[in-house]
Design a protein around this ligand. Structure first.
Ligand code: SF4
Length: 281
């Protein structure tokens, strides 16, 4: 610095934050730091206890019905609708359930609190979906409910035969949705491997001692009368005698499918005489 130069220099003017004062030392601004405002120091949130992988607490639950008589004949049961399905049936009532992540307001802890509540009077619990066998936590959840003294039913399309087989020792009753002959699954579900999986699941059920029924969802946009009757004959020839037909309920979720359906129902596919030979839902 030249001897004539002023010290500290008049400029540049330095505005220090938070009320700090600025002095100069050897041409360099020197901040005398003011105390910081009295703020609560930030602390990281306490780590949350994460459920162990595969534990029931990880179940993605879409909906929970505390009591129904519609999903397991002769019983009053709770019903747990689980997220996730690998298929894309046009008539799917709730396509949001095909996603793997949960969208519902029920957690596993809520469900446990409800079914084990002191005033609860239910005979069992139905695991349905979506495709309930998609979630690995299904089996421990079933084991828990069984331990709690509840009967266990499973509604499945048979997309995961290996998991179905592992679940059977925990299950009292299975309702298996068969959507057609294996070659028709591509058209119904959008998956070319779905037919093999579903019919493999039927093989597993028939080889087991678990009570089961087969439901056939009759889709008037795809199925003909001959096809449904042939399917029922195939099932009976295999020894399946508990067969129920299901109507599709269109118009809620998929307007394009509802357009194709054009208001048709099971009576547009089968005659009254045909229907008299089945349970119809
Ligand atoms: S199998 Fe069931 S949940 Fe999956 S897409 Fe078909 S109707 Fe929907």
């Amino acid at each position: 610095m030249p001897a004539s130069a002023a010290f500290p220099p008049a400029s540049p003017v330095i505005t220090a934050p938070h009320g700090d004062t600025v002095s100069w030392w050897d041409g360099v601004p020197w901040f005398d730091l003011a105390p910081w405002p009295d703020v609560t120091p930030w602390e990281p949130p306490a780590p949350r206890a994460m459920p162990a992988p595969g534990s029931p607490a990880t179940l993605a639950i879409s909906r929970y019905l505390p009591a129904t008589t519609m999903l397991w004949r002769g019983r009053t049961v709770a019903a747990l609708f689980l997220q996730g399905c690998p298929w894309t049936c046009g008539y799917c009532l709730d396509p949001s359930m095909r996603r793997d992540e949960g969208i519902g307001r029920w957690t596993w802890a809520d469900v446990v609190a409800d079914v084990t509540g002191v005033h609860r009077d239910i005979d069992g619990i139905v695991f349905t979906g979506g495709e309930p066998t998609r979630q690995a936590a299904l089996l421990p959840a079933m084991a828990f409910m069984r331990e709690a003294g509840l009967g266990i039913a499973l509604h499945t399309g048979g997309a995961y035969p290996a998991r179905l087989e592992r679940a059977l020792p925990l299950v009292d009753f299975v309702s298996l949705d068969i959507k057609g002959q294996p070659s028709r699954y591509g058209a119904v579900t959008g998956s070319l491997v779905a037919g093999d999986a579903a019919w493999r699941s039927l093989d597993i059920l028939q080889a087991s001692s678990t009570a089961f029924e087969v439901t056939i969802t009759v889709d008037p946009t795809l199925h003909t009368r001959a096809e449904i009757l042939d399917l029922a004959d195939t099932l009976r020839a295999r020894g399946v005698h508990r067969i129920a037909l299901q109507e599709v309920i269109a118009g809620i979720a998929n307007p394009r499918y509802a357009d194709r359906l054009g208001g048709r129902g099971i009576r547009d596919v089968l005659t009254l005489t045909d229907l008299s030979k089945f349970t119809v839902r």
